[in-house]
Design a protein. Structure first.
Length: 564
């Protein structure tokens, strides 16, 4: 019998790896297993949305992600047989709703999922946490205070080696066909479409101009070829209602002839690295967990490729669950906090499936160019683009967020709230750069920082917007009653402040005193100059509370840390 670590993660894709990394950074021991004997190879899930980049920044992996990611891939759509001559260049642009400080990196990045997983594993290794390959979860049984899992490995002699592993929580990130969801008895509501495709990675001799090319459409026949991080390797999607998908996935000569016919180019298929016959599945669970067992990522929801949301939504699942699980494990929060994982993620995924399914229907019926036309000029399309970027995903309805804001800020087109209004509890916490670090009197030359450098998956961040730090004594007194809770505090002064009032008091009770020289933080967080406003940012980069005083702060903290 084995006992510990307290969390067993089944499945080592992006969701499992992000969850593991979030937990180990919080000091929670993790065991992560995967039944595959080797690591996944391939480009699936290559599109990384801006919100996922922000999560990677909070986890400290973003520099490594950006080293390999591509941002220069543009889409060209042509008719069947048109070659490289008669095409339409299609942009999925940065919606012009906010400047860079509120919406950084307003574009999708491309990095093969296998490369992203390698980076996440390398960061996990820094915490002596490694994926156990060839390790399968067969069954599990949960009790009031633990979960017993039957784990099976195959030894060098081909014999099964069984292990009963006792853990406190089990999380299934084992994909759409995984065992955790099935044994937990969760429904998987949705549909399997008749529309099919063949996709994978191939080596080609042909167009290598850096563009993502699409010929034809799903309503007839199509070929989509996108460059990857390797110069001679391409991600390919082909099929359509007139294609023989079984033959294309099994007969490489037929696949090459199909590519040449549809593209109108003498492309040579050098090698097939991997190829999958794929039917569009659109499904989700009725809840994200039961008792001490949870599901995340593809184990909880599967999407069509339209909109590139599968991997990105999986990362958001894991990041939402990770900080809550860490607090409960440390006895800093009640176990009821874990119920908010399903409460928050279920409506988000339901809405995201509606969005991506609508986009899929447009692509299948009208083609890629129709699906993305008019984004620059159409408000609805700009809104959809922000949805796909996941920058407007919010949990405003959550039982653990608290919003005491009353006065809406006039919409001047640059505020980061999902509706173009003031930032609200449950929204994504926006970035604000150009903050000058203060220590006593403002020095003549000061280093600058940004809010994203403060946000961590290991703590809540309390932003205290005030022109007078001496007014914060009641706030600091409230925090002393939560001394065990990891809370980073930052007093943010308006640009009009020339010096600190009572600087010793402020600097001795807060982690940071910052001056918002460019006004980006006050504007981004919808704070009126001269007023006191408290914004609590959760470990997942979501605004947990917008309150007006210490009493409001106490109300929020008691919701999350009710046993303190």
């Amino acid at each position: 019998m084995s006992q510990r670590p307290p969390v067993l993660i089944v499945g080592a894709g992006p969701a499992g790896l992000v969850l593991a990394l979030t937990l180990v950074q919080n000091g929670v021991p993790v065991r992560i297993i995967d039944k595959k004997p080797v690591y996944h190879s391939g480009e699936r899930g290559a599109g990384i949305m801006p919100r996922t980049l922000e999560v990677y920044e909070f986890l400290g992996v973003l520099p490594d992600i950006l080293k390999g990611a591509r941002t220069d891939v543009k889409l060209r759509v042509a008719q069947v047989g048109a070659g490289l001559e008669d095409y339409k260049e299609v942009y999925i642009p940065c919606p012009p709703m906010a400047p860079a400080p509120a919406f950084p990196r307003l574009q999708g990045y491309f990095l093969g999922q296998c490369h992203a997983e390698h980076i996440l594993r390398s960061h996990l290794a820094k915490y002596s946490c490694h994926v156990e390959l060839g390790t399968e979860l067969r069954t599990f049984e949960q009790f009031s205070d633990h979960v017993e899992a039957l784990i099976v490995k195959i030894n060098a002699n081909g014999e099964e080696v069984r292990e009963t592993f006792i853990t406190e929580w089990l999380v299934g990130t084992d994909g759409g066909r995984g065992v955790v969801r099935k044994q937990l008895g969760l429904t998987f509501l949705g549909e399997t479409r008749e529309d099919q495709s063949v996709l994978g990675e191939v080596r080609l001799e042909g167009p290598n101009d850096g563009y993502w090319h699409v010929w034809g459409g799903f309503s007839t026949t199509l070929v989509s070829i996108r460059p990857t991080e390797k110069a001679d390797v391409f991600w390919i999607l082909t099929g359509g209602r007139e294609a023989d998908h079984g033959q294309l996935s099994s007969d490489h000569q037929a696949l090459e002839q199909h590519i040449r016919l549809v593209t109108g180019l003498p492309i040579k298929l050098v090698e097939v690295l991997n190829l999958t016959h794929y039917r569009f599945n659109i499904r989700m669970v009725d809840k994200f967990g039961e008792g001490r067992v949870f599901v995340a990522g593809d184990a909880a929801h599967v999407h069509s490729p339209a909109g590139g949301q599968g991997m990105n939504s999986s990362v958001m699942d894991a990041f939402n669950l990770g900080w809550k699980l860490a607090l409960v494990y440390k006895n800093l929060a009640p176990s009821t906090l874990l119920s908010t994982y399903s409460e928050e993620r279920l409506p988000v995924i339901a809405q995201m499936l509606q969005t991506t399914t609508s986009l899929l229907n447009t692509v299948v019926k009208g083609g890629f160019d129709e699906a993305f036309q008019g984004v620059d000029d159409n408000q609805a399309e700009r809104t959809r683009a922000l949805e796909l970027f996941q920058l407007t995903v919010n949990y405003r309805w959550s039982s653990i967020v608290l919003d005491e804001g009353t006065d809406p800020v006039p919409d001047d087109g640059i505020l980061p709230g999902p509706g173009g209004d003031r930032i609200r509890a449950g929204d994504r916490a926006p970035e604000a750069a150009g903050l000058v670090t203060i220590s006593g009197d403002l020095p003549s030359t000061s280093p600058t920082t940004s809010l994203f450098r403060l946000f961590k998956p290991t703590c809540h961040t309390l932003l205290i917007f005030t022109p007078k730090p001496s007014d914060c004594e009641a706030i600091f007194a409230t925090l002393t009653r939560y001394s065990r809770i990891p809370i980073c505090t930052a007093v943010i002064l308006p640009s009009s402040a020339f010096s600190l009032e009572s600087p010793i008091s402020a600097t001795h009770t807060t982690d940071h005193v910052l001056k918002d020289c460019d006004g980006r933080a006050y504007q981004g967080y919808s704070v009126h100059l001269g007023s006191l406003k408290l914004v609590v940012v959760r470990p997942d980069g979501v605004v947990g509370a917008v309150v007006n005083d210490a009493e409001g702060l106490e109300r929020y903290l008691s919701r999350v840390f009710a046993n303190q």
